[in-house]
Design a protein around this ligand. Structure first.
Ligand SMILES: Nc1ncnc2c1ncn2[C@@H]1O[C@H](COP(=O)(O)OP(=O)(O)O)[C@@H](O)[C@H]1O
Ligand SMILES: [Mg+2]
Length: 396
């Protein structure tokens, strides 16, 4: 505020001086001399105004010259961040075709989020995935870090690119792959990945069976994933502690190298059961140190599984009648305690089977008139005929 008042005072004085000079000249000088002097003064003022920018640039260049280092220069004072850091940020901004914002500019993060299209990803994450509150919170935290980092770069505040390799742990069907797809989209929209594609790989895609096979196999997968996300499912199978001749170690070594050297081109997400991933990291501390974010996917509760089922059916224009929903709850209560239960995937599979039974039920009474609602509504019979109720076993 004080600085602004001083500036206004200086400007007023500067304007007052020529006005006084013109009034005095007009009163006391002969007309011809007055007009001549006025013309000269105008030309001089114009030259100063035009030459000022060039002079400033020359002055800045002199300030940057090493020979001038000893003298304290005003241009050096005007740049508070380290020079090399500022230049790096400037170069990055130039690469993205952006102009750095002046230090006194302001930005709102909500506008930045909307401009990057991040809000759309969060809306679809919220709408498509039931529950998963801690996971969504962690994704939001990572997105916030990247958003703030992005805005800092616009001001020339350089920071090293954050490490974005991640590990998703949890039981099967808890949403790890689905969230990895959303994460890739998010990283792409925030400008941290060239594309939002995800390459899904397991041990067999990466590790060869003979000498000399592993490196080309791993590199082929890495080449496909470059610019996006490499999602390694059940990553612990890469390492076999019992087998010293296993080629998995060769693959891990290549991955370690790429995760370090190409971290601005590729994000690796490893996934699997929590206890096994913990064991894998204990045996491979190098890998553990390269993973920045660990996200745990908890198994779903019964109510969440029912809500997931409802959402899946809704997307396919089906619904459960009240009695059918009660039967579906009973089904899930039994199924959750059985081996190979796979959370939301088991829900999806059972509902696919319920649709088959529904279709068969309608088709078996082909002569009956059917309404639109009949074609959408699943009844208890479509659930209760599951072999699980007669304890005949399951087939998933
Ligand atoms: N919270 C959820 N809400 C709705 N559908 C879900 C949810 N979690 C998982 N799914 C669905 O369940 C299926 C399996 O999920 P997936 O991401 O492949 O699990 P994972 O990779 O952990 O085994 C997918 O069809 C997915 O859309
Ligand atoms: Mg999966």
């Amino acid at each position: 505020m004080l600085g602004l008042a001083k500036l206004n005072l200086k400007l007023s004085l500067l304007l007052l001086a020529p006005v006084v000079a013109v009034v005095l000249g007009w009163s006391y000088l002969p007309r011809f001399v007055f007009i001549l002097l006025l013309a000269c003064a105008s030309i001089a003022a114009l030259s100063v105004a035009l030459g000022r920018d060039a002079w400033r640039q020359a002055h800045r260049a002199a300030a940057a010259a090493p020979a001038a280092k000893a003298a304290p220069l005003p241009a050096a004072k005007a740049a508070p961040q380290p020079r090399s850091a500022g230049r790096r940020a400037q170069a990055r901004a130039a690469k993205r075709g952006e102009v750095l914002l002046p230090p006194d500019a302001t930005v709102t993060l909500s506008e930045e989020r909307a401009a990057a299209g991040v809000d759309d990803v969060f809306t679809s994450l919220d709408n498509e995935l039931v529950g998963l509150v801690p996971v969504k919170k962690k994704v939001e935290e990572i997105a916030s870090l990247l958003l703030v980092d992005r805005v800092r770069q616009k001001f020339g505040l350089s920071a090293p690119r954050p490490n974005l390799h991640m590990c998703f742990t949890g039981d099967p069907g808890t949403g790890k792959t689905t969230v990895a797809l959303k994460m890739a989209e998010l990283l792409h929209r925030l400008g941290y990945l060239e594309s939002g594609h995800v390459v899904h790989a397991m041990r067999d895609d990466l590790v060869g069976e003979f000498i000399g096979h592993t490196a080309p196999k791993t590199k082929r997968v890495l080449d496909r994933a470059m610019g996006g996300v490499l999602f390694i499912d059940e990553a612990y199978y890469l390492y076999r502690a019992s087998d010293s001749k296993d080629y998995g170690q060769e693959c891990i070594d290549i991955l370690l190298q790429v995760m370090e050297n190409d971290r601005d081109k590729l994000v690796v997400i490893m996934a699997g059961y929590k206890d096994r991933m913990d064991g894998f990291f204990e045996s491979n501390p190098g890998m553990s140190s390269r993973i920045a974010h660990h996200i745990d996917f908890a198994p779903y509760h019964l109510d969440e599984l029912v809500a997931i089922g409802r959402a899946m059916l809704d997307q396919a224009s089906y619904y459960l009648s009240d009695e059918a929903e009660a039967a579906f709850r009973d089904y899930l209560t039994i199924r959750m305690d059985q081996p190979r239960f796979a959370n939301a995937r088991s829900v999806r599979n059972e509902l696919e089977r319920a649709r088959l039974r529904h279709a068969h039920r309608l088709a078996s009474e082909a002569h009956v008139d059917r309404t639109r609602d009949d074609l959408m509504r699943l009844e208890p019979a479509d659930i209760l005929t599951s072999p699980i109720f007669s304890l005949l076993g399951i087939d998933e």
